[in-house]
Design a protein around this ligand. Structure first.
Ligand SMILES: NC(=O)c1ccc[n+]([C@@H]2O[C@H](COP(=O)([O-])OP(=O)(O)OC[C@H]3O[C@@H](n4cnc5c(N)ncnc54)[C@H](O)[C@@H]3O)[C@@H](O)[C@H]2O)c1
Length: 310
């Protein structure tokens, strides 16, 4: 069986996972999904097998794997909303760390030799330069980033234990029209829906910059990483990012131009995150060089698809 013929995608109903499913189908790869649908999006119809279940439920995982016999797992299921991860710290660690351990154990018990895990650009220490896999230090500064940093070590230990191939995707700020999490763009869209005139947006920190890419590009990056065939490299990590960052203010100006609306911004201290890094810019060079992957949609195109698509 080819190393890439049948894939289990945990969290496959999420904003990124459902796009991975669509792209896998286009490549002729069968995919199963395990998702408890807590994110709020429905199960994608593109799944060859769809199971509504929790990654912390070992027997559900084992049963699915025995039925479907995947050759690889792409593990995306997680509590992803950072304020929720702060407010419900133990729950976040239970799903994101213990849940990941469960997925890795199930892979080990069933002889699956390839696992890719969604990590995050948030694992890097706060720096104002480009963040690169092989040179930038890791220093998680919130509970979500702590879990993702732990996931990378869990995956590395799994490769050492099992001889499997493990790849960690350090995903940067991914946007799409159907983002179910209360991120910046869904927040702006909700405020604009309730306001038809010259809008006043109340936002937290306006100067913080992020590296935005569209979820279609993130999905293709994850597939490239899952297909990385260098057998001699047991464990590796890759930035999935655009390499360009924008401030909140630039984002809002872009949205105003797309909607042809006059938008004024007011800083609202109650919306400011207690922990909010000023910059998070990824260097995409390693993914381009090793995986042949780069984000295809420019920022304006990604923003337009996010804001104008229903
Ligand atoms: N969106 C981003 O900007 C971004 C950035 C960095 C990393 N990531 C990571 O990429 C992955 C996918 O992100 P996304 O944006 O699609 O998030 P999402 O919230 O849209 O998708 C996550 C999916 O996981 C499912 N899930 C949550 N807890 C579960 C559990 N206990 N058992 C089974 N399923 C469960 C949810 O129902 C949801 O469908 C996540 O691991 C996330 O942390 C995302």
């Amino acid at each position: 069986m080819s190393a890439f013929s049948r894939v289990l995608v945990t969290g496959g109903a999420g904003m990124i996972g459902r796009r991975v499913l669509t792209q896998l189908r286009e490549l002729g790869v069968e995919a199963a999904v395990l998702d408890n649908l807590s994110g709020g999006l429905p199960m994608p119809e593109t799944a060859a097998l769809a199971v509504c279940g929790d990654i912390r439920d070992s027997s559900a995982l084992d049963k699915l794997i025995r039925n479907f016999r995947p050759v690889a797992i792409l593990h995306l299921a997680a509590v992803h909303h950072i304020p929720t991860c702060e407010a419900q710290r133990a729950y976040c660690l239970d799903v994101n760390v213990t849940g990941t351990e469960n997925v890795l154990c199930a892979a080990e018990n069933n002889g699956i030799g390839r696992v890719a895990v969604a990590s995050s650009g948030a694992v890097y220490a706060w720096e104002n330069n480009e963040l690169s896999e092989d040179h930038s230090p890791l220093w998680p500064c919130d509970n979500y980033a702590l879990a993702k940093t732990c996931n990378e070590s869990q995956l590395r230990f799994w490769t050492q234990r099992t001889g499997g191939i493990g790849r960690a995707a350090r995903i940067f700020n991914t946007i799409a029209h159907d983002d179910p999490n209360a991120h910046l763009i869904p927040d702006i869209a909700a405020q604009l829906r309730n306001d038809t005139g010259a809008a006043i947006l109340r936002l937290g920190n306006l100067t913080s910059k992020r590296d935005y890419l569209h979820a279609d590009d993130t999905a293709s990056g994850l597939i490239a990483l899952l297909r990385d065939n260098r057998q001699t490299i047991a464990y590796d990590s890759f930035n999935i990012c655009s390499g360009i960052e924008r401030s909140v203010e630039e984002l809002v100006r872009g949205i105003a131009a797309l909607l042809g609306r006059e938008i004024r911004i007011e800083s609202d201290p109650s919306r400011q995150r207690k922990i909010d890094r000023p910059s998070q810019l990824g260097n995409p060079e390693k993914a381009r060089r090793q995986l042949g992957w780069t984000a295809r949609m420019a920022f304006d195109e990604a923003l337009s698809a996010t804001i104008l698509q229903k």
